[in-house]
Design a protein around this ligand. Structure first.
Ligand code: UP6
Length: 259
């Protein structure tokens, strides 16, 4: 996985969204996923419009939006289509399958109707993945399973991480990749490693988040896609910051595949 180009890996991907993501990454030359953790709907749209050219995916926590209404979704989809990036809801599903299926497709957010990608915990086992797979709605969907966390004192053990990777292997068509902090599956180029906790010149926040630099997550930690939130949203110039992360990450990817 370390040495193969994203275009080569697009041919190997078994999940359709992972394939599309690899193609977007290659054509836009970006491995940056923006964590648009803003609580105002208009601010999310404005940010998506401005940084759209520099990202491959926009990750939301849709339940933090104070003024959420389903009317946010169409403009967000339109921006995503126009700038060619993927909508990704970081719901971190963790419950029995029936509940997950309802959370995925019903309620205020109707996640399955707009998010091509979602995250899930593996702690409840297969039911979560069966539920997402079996839910009506979007034809193209992909799941990122959480195998490690960026938080200090996370209770995830090595055994849990290993079992999560095993579960991944049982759903090759559904799983787009894995959320983790280390190069856990270098033997599987079909899957995408998504790594959050990325920031230039800061190593933590005051609530347990741990950061690595864009260069080190790609060259040392094995990240394919890096998730950046406050490094962009709290920058004085978010567009300049997004461009900077895009360049640093892309250069690190190039030096990884072609040292
Ligand atoms: N995230 C992590 N760590 C994980 C999994 N997910 O930080 O292990 C998510 C957070 C947030 C984003 O929920 O949306 O990635 C990181 O934001 P930040 O760059 O502002 O810290």
């Amino acid at each position: 996985r370390r040495k193969l180009s994203f275009l080569d890996r697009a041919q190997l991907a078994q999940n359709p969204v992972a394939k599309r993501l690899f193609e977007i990454m290659a054509s836009k030359q970006t491995t940056l996923c923006l964590a648009a953790d803003l609580t105002d709907a208009t601010e999310i749209l404005n940010l998506a419009e401005k940084v759209g050219p520099y990202i491959c995916a926009l990750k939301t926590h849709i339940d933090i939006v104070d003024d959420f209404s389903i009317n946010l979704i169409d403009p967000l989809k339109e921006i995503a289509n126009r700038h060619n990036f993927i909508l990704f809801e970081d719901r971190k599903f963790a419950d029995i399958g029936n509940t997950v299926q309802l959370q995925y497709s019903k309620g205020l957010y109707k996640i399955s109707s707009w998010a091509s990608l979602v995250t899930a915990h593996s702690v409840f086992g297969k039911g979560v993945l069966d539920a997402i797979q079996g839910a009506p709605g979007s034809e193209e969907k992909g799941v990122f399973l959480l195998a490690e966390a960026s938080a200090t004192g996370s209770l995830i053990t090595d055994a849990y991480t290993k079992s999560t990777l095993k579960l991944t292997a049982e759903y090759p068509k559904l799983i787009a990749g894995v959320v983790c902090q280390n190069p856990l599956f270098l033997d599987n180029p079909a899957l995408i490693q998504l790594t959050p906790g990325v920031k230039i010149a800061q190593t933590s926040d005051h609530l347990g988040q741990q950061y690595n630099s864009p260069e080190s997550v790609v060259t040392e930690k094995g990240a394919d896609i890096a998730v950046v939130g406050r490094g962009i949203t709290e920058a004085t110039d978010p567009v300049a910051a997004a461009k900077r992360y895009q360049t640093l990450l892309w250069d690190a990817y190039l030096s990884r595949i072609n040292p």
